[in-house]
Design a protein around this ligand. Structure first.
Ligand code: EPU
Length: 422
C-alpha cells in the first residue's frame, strides 16, 4: 500500500492543467453500452475508478482499450453477459450506472447491489423506482439487482427527487435508459450537475433526443437506436476546486487551465468571500491568496450549490481562518471521516450533527493520518501542504481513485510529496 510523505509548509506557484472529469467519464463509459459499435472517450482521466469501469464493461463483453494518447476506445458490438459481477461492483459504487444502459440495450440487467460506503448510507432506491416507472420489473436475488424489460421500456413522467435532493447517478441511469424507450420521458427534479449535462450532450451526439439539458426537467424522446461517438469529456471541477484550495492554503498562486470557472460559481463565491483572489482566464483561472483567511458558513447542496465533493477540502482551508466557521453537510450528513484526522494535525474541529464547527488555528502541525475516502484524503494532502513538519498520509489508494497522480502535479508547482510503498 502506498503512502505519501508531505513536507510542509510550502508555497505553490505555477501552472496546472486540470484532467478530464472522473464523474463525467464514468456514466459516459456506461452509456456506450447503448450504442452497439465503437466509441472513443477523449480526455478520460487515468484513474483507478476508470480502470474499474473498464473492467466492468469488459466483463459484459465489451472491448476496452486505453490508446497511447489517453483516449479510451470502447467497442460494445458484442454485449453477451448482462451481469455486473459483485467482485468488480464492490470496488466502486459508481458501477451502478451500468444498470440503466444495460437494461435498455439487452432487456435484462443484473448488477450487484452496492454495499456500505465510508461517506454514509448510499441507497439506490430512486434508481430502481425510476427504471420501474419506465416499465422494468426489478427484484433482488442473492444480493443482485435483477431488472428485466423483455418488451423494452416505455417513456413516462418521472419524479426523481429524494430526501437529499436529486440523485446524480440515478438521473444518469434513467436518462440513459430513456433514450431508447418508446415515446417521451420527462424527468422532473433531475440532477443539474455539469457531469449530467455532459452525459446528455454526449447522448445527443450518439443520436438521442434530449432537451432541457442543464435544467431539473429533462425531456427525452425515445429513438430506435444510438450510434458510437467520439466525445471529449469536461474538465474535472472537483480536481480544479481542490487545486484552488491548494493555492489558497499555501498562500500561493496557481494558474489552472482546462477548468470551467462558470460551472463553479458556488466555489468561486465561497473562496472569494474568505479572501482568495480568483481571476478568470480564457481556459481557466488564476488563484492566489496574500491576506488572512476569513471565516464562512457553508452548506453543501446539489448543483449549483457548494459541492459535497469539496466539503473536506474547504474544511482544511477554514481550519486556518481567523475565527469560527460552520460547515453543514446536506448531501451525505455522515461525510466527516476527515474531522478526527485533521484534529490530529492540531485543527480544532467539532462535529455537531450534520455540521462541523471549525475554530480557526494559526497553524497546522504535521502528523501521521489515515485517508478514509477519496475527498477526505485529498483534504489531508492539502492540510499537509500547509502543516509544519512531515505529514504521512496512509492508504493513498483512496486518492488514486479520483486524482491523476496528484503528487506529480503538486510537486511540479512546488510541493514536496514523496510516494512510498509500504
Ligand atoms: N440517494 C437516495 N436514493 C437513491 C440515490 C441517492 O436517497 O437512490 C441520496 C443519497 O444517499 C444522497 C443523495 O441522494 O444523500 C445524493 O446522492 P447521489 O445519488 O446524487 O450520489 P451519487 O450519484 O451516488 C455522485 C458522485 C459523488 C458525489 C454525489 C453528490 C459519481 C460517480 N459520484 O454520487 O462523487 O458526491 O454524486 O454530488 O458521480 C466523489 O467523486 O468523491 C463522489 C463521492
Amino acid at each position: 500500500m502506498d503512502i505519501f510523505s508531505i513536507e510542509g509548509p510550502v508555497k505553490l506557484s505555477g501552472g496546472l492543467r486540470v484532467s478530464g472529469s472522473k464523474n463525467a467519464t464514468l456514466p459516459i463509459m456506461a452509456a456506450t453500452l447503448l450504442a452497439p459499435g465503437r466509441s472513443v472517450i477523449k480526455q478520460s482521466p487515468r484513474l483507478a475508478d476508470i480502470a474499474v469501469m473498464a473492467l466492468l464493461l469488459k466483463g459484459l463483453g465489451a472491448e476496452v482499450n486505453r490508446e497511447d494518447n489517453g483516449d479510451i476506445a470502447i467497442d460494445t458490438s458484442n454485449i453477451d453477459n448482462p451481469v455486473g459481477e459483485y467482485d468488480i461492483v464492490r470496488r466502486m459504487r459508481a458501477s451502478i450506472c451500468i444498470l440503466g444502459p444495460l437494461l435498455a440495450r439487452c432487456g435484462r440487467a443484473e448488477v450487484s447491489m452496492p454495499g456500505g460506503c465510508a461517506i454514509g448510507d448510499r441507497p439506490v432506491d430512486i434508481h430502481i423506482r425510476g427504471l420501474t416507472e419506465l416499465g422494468a420489473k426489478i427484484h433482488l436475488d442473492n444480493g443482485n439487482i435483477v431488472a428485466v424489460a423483455p418488451n423494452g421500456l416505455t417513456g413516462k413522467r418521472i419524479f426523481l427527487g429524494g430526501p437529499f435532493g436529486s440523485t446524480v447517478l440515478g438521473t444518469a441511469n434513467i436518462l440513459s435508459a430513456a433514450t431508447l424507450a418508446k415515446g417521451r420521458t420527462i424527468i422532473e427534479s433531475a440532477a443539474c450537475e455539469p457531469e449530467i449535462t455532459d452525459l446528455a450532450n454526449c447522448l445527443n451526439e450518439m443520436g438521442a433526443k434530449i432537451s432541457g439539458i442543464g435544467s431539473p426537467r429533462l425531456v427525452i424522446d425515445g429513438v430506435d437506436r444510438l450510434s458510437g461517438v467520439e466525445y471529449k469529456v469536461i474538465g474535472d471541477r472537483i480536481e480544479a476546486g481542490t487545486f484552488m484550495v491548494a493555492a489558497a492554503i499555501t498562500s500561493g498562486r496557481l494558474e489552472l487551465t482546462n477548468c470551467d470557472v462558470e460551472a463553479m460559481s458556488a466555489v468561486v463565491d465561497c473562496l472569494e468571500r474568505i479572501g482568495v483572489d480568483i481571476e478568470a482566464t480564457e481556459d481557466g483561472c488564476i488563484v492566489s491568496r496574500s491576506g488572512e483567511l476569513k471565516t464562512a458558513d457553508i452548506t453543501t447542496q446539489p448543483y449549483p450549490g457548494f459541492p459535497t465533493d469539496l466539503q473536506a477540502q474547504l474544511m482544511a482551508l477554514l481550519a486556518l481562518a481567523d475565527g469560527n466557521s460552520v460547515i453543514t453537510e446536506k448531501i451525505f450528513p455522515d461525510r466527516f471521516m476527515h474531522v478526527a484526522e485533521m484534529n490530529r494535525m492540531a485543527a480544532r474541529l467539532r462535529k455537531e450533527g450534520p455540521s462541523v464547527i471549525v475554530a480557526g488555528v494559526d497553524k497546522l502541525i504535521a502528523a501521521p493520518v489515515m485517508a478514509s475516502d477519496l475527498r477526505a484524503s485529498a483534504a489531508l494532502v492539502l492540510a499537509g501542504l500547509a502543516a509544519e513538519g512531515t505529514t504521512v498520509v496512509n492508504r493513498v489508494y483512496h486518492i488514486d481513485r479520483g486524482y491523476e497522480r496528484i503528487e506529480r502535479k503538486l510537486n511540479a508547482v512546488g510541493a514536496k510529496i514523496t510516494r512510498k510503498r509500504q
